[in-house]
Ligand binder design. Structure first.
Ligand SMILES: *Cc1c(COP(=O)(O)O)cnc(C)c1O
Length: 392
């Protein structure tokens, strides 16, 4: 599989067929596995072979297919699938860190990622320094000889700042720190963060991998040593395993992920261009627009601008709410990467927990609306947004 192109890998990677030779991947909806003899059980507990499983919390054939398919796409040696994106983020961090360790993290994070770094890790004696992810001097100043790990979202949520992964990785690797990247917004279709220096890549599979709003899932990708010696023991004993049914949904989702992401990003670019300069908008934020502050970095480390954009509407929260309520095609929700176009008002929902000061620091003003572009006709989407802006 490794010489094949993305689309081929997404359709065939990791496939395991049972003795029935099924075309579509089988769902092994079983929590356990039987052994022919007591000796066989003993041997498998000592060392399980490639096609040998013990208990679904440790691994399952359908889950393994998903892990191998996504590892093949990302060019990672190995992967561990989890119950949600947050099980992946917390599992990757908790499995490798201990009291006394120092972590440097970008400040603009998905709300739950911020909670894990700010509230959970620190409670266990891990020191965390937050920096403005787009400021290389800040990373340089914060990374110390004893820094264990750096954590960042390649494109931040919700205001889509793009972090220069290669530059941050160089600074981290100079002190022997591991680089963990949450790459949800950039997607594995448009970016190859391992080639840019990430040691560990984390996805919420809930987003583009499912892409049809059905299941929660996550995955951690890294080298074989890290996945099997650090991540697996932690996750198999703490219980963040992915269900076989979820793995099956995600295997089907991966088959169409490249097509979906390209279509959605194409429409996002069209929308961003159509909205640029609109008199009611203070800002149109999209990494694919030349006006984006990190457009050059975005172009160097990803193909296209992604499937999400953000706008900042004049008139604050009232205007933003009027806009949201006037949309006919876009639904008000908080998922992203879905076939259905979705709008979110971060200040009152996903980022409600933040203090006003933190919101100002992160650029989450009351007029900001995050737009996840789906698979509908791009002309219909532009018309819907323009009409809703009229209604404001
Ligand atoms: C959604 C998301 C997560 C969490 O994923 P869940 O599947 O909802 O647990 C983590 N990071 C980012 C950037 C996300 O968008």
């Amino acid at each position: 599989m490794s010489d094949h192109k993305t689309r081929t890998k997404l359709v065939h990677g990791g496939t395991r067929r049972s003795q029935y030779g099924e075309v579509s991947e089988a769902i092994f909806l079983t929590q356990g596995f039987v052994y022919d003899t007591a000796e066989a059980a003993e041997a498998r507990f000592l060392k399980a072979g490639e096609d040998e499983f013990i208990y679904a919390r440790y691994g399952n054939p359908t889950v393994r297919m998903f892990e191998e398919r996504i590892a093949g796409l990302e060019g990672a040696e190995d992967a561990f699938a989890t119950a949600s994106g947050m099980a992946a983020v917390s599992g990757a961090l908790m499995s490798m860190l201990k009291a006394g360790d120092h972590v440097v993290s970008g400040r603009a994070l998905f709300g739950s990622c911020l909670y894990v770094l700010e509230e959970v890790l620190t409670r266990f004696g891990v020191e965390v320094t937050f920096v403005d992810g787009t400021d290389l001097a800040a990373w340089k100043g914060a990374i110390r000889p004893d820094t264990t790990a750096v954590f960042l979202e390649s494109i931040s949520n919700p205001v889509l700042e793009v972090i220069d992964i290669a530059a941050v990785a160089r600074l981290a690797h100079a002190v022997g720190a591991k680089v963990l990247v949450d790459n949800v917004f950039a997607t594995p279709v448009f970016s190859r963060v391992m080639e840019q220096g990430a040691d560990v890549v984390i996805y919420s599979a809930t987003k583009h991998m499912d892409g049809q709003g059905r299941v929660l899932g996550g995955v951690i990708l890294g080298d074989h040593e890290f996945i099997r010696k650090t991540v697996e023991p932690y996750l198999k004993h703490t219980g963040g395993a992915m269900s076989p049914f979820t793995a099956w949904i995600l295997l089907k989702g991966l088959e169409t992920m490249d097509l979906r992401c390209r279509a959605q990003a194409g429409s996002a670019q069209i929308l961003a261009e159509a909205l640029s300069g609109h008199k009611l908008l203070k800002r149109v934020i999209y990494p694919g627009l030349p006006s984006h502050p990190q457009h050059v970095v975005a172009q160097s480390q990803m193909e296209g601008g992604g499937t999400v954009l953000a706008i900042d509407i004049e008139g604050g929260q009232d205007a933003a709410f009027r806009f949201l309520n006037a949309l006919k095609i876009f639904t008000i929700s908080n998922n992203l990467g879905d076939a259905k176009s979705i709008v979110t008002h971060p200040a009152t929902t996903t980022h409600q927990r933040l203090s006003d000061d933190q919101k100002v620091l992160l650029g989450i003003s009351p007029g900001v609306v995050r737009i996840s572009v789906g698979l509908e006709d791009s002309g219909d989407l532009v018309a819907d947004i323009m009409a809703a802006l009229e209604a404001v």
